[in-house]
Design a protein around this ligand. Structure first.
Ligand code: DQA
Length: 152
């Protein structure tokens, strides 16, 4: 069987990782995280489609496309996690396993970050572990695809 494809989606301002508030988000760049994800996915026999956009509509379009082109989604929607019903609806409609990731521990930060719309449709949420969270999310997806995917 061809290896499963995981769409790894990153929302607004995550393109600035490495220079943006390093005390909160660390020094790793998004390119560093992408490289680690590609390497780890290869070891799990998964393919990764890694993307970032600052635009809510673009993220919604990519989630809609994932219905056809991906087997699961890992998403760090950045600030849209706390605001976007459009992203929640798109994730609901795609009917794929979803793992939500945040680099920072959103529960140890301002109250407005404690609620995430994405969490309502995520199988699991990983936060506070920096870039390692993406790697753990890929492990979780590999486990879910192996153990919960409908067998045909
Ligand atoms: C973030 C947390 C969000 O609250 C914030 O708006 C981000 C990044 C994280 O990865 O920790 O942009 O999603």
């Amino acid at each position: 069987m061809a290896s499963a494809t995981i769409l790894v989606l990153n929302g607004p301002n995550l393109n600035l990782l490495g220079v943006r508030e390093p005390e909160t988000y660390g020094r790793e760049t998004l390119a560093d995280i992408e490289e680690s994800c590609l390497e780890h996915a290869a070891a799990l026999d998964l393919a990764v489609d890694f993307r970032q956009s600052n635009n809510e509509g673009q993220l919604v379009d990519w989630i809609q496309e994932a219905r056809e082109s991906a087997d699961a989604i890992v998403i760090n929607a950045g600030a849209y996690s706390h605001t976007s019903i459009a992203i929640l609806d798109a994730l609901k409609a795609c009917e794929l396993p979803i793992i939500e990731v945040h680099l920072s521990n959103i529960f140890a930060r301002e109250r407005f970050r404690h609620h995430s719309y994405v969490s309502a449709v995520a199988k699991g949420v990983i936060c506070g572990l920096g870039g390692q969270g993406y790697i753990l999310a890929l492990d979780a997806i590999a486990y879910l695809l192996e153990n919960e995917a409908p067998k045909d």
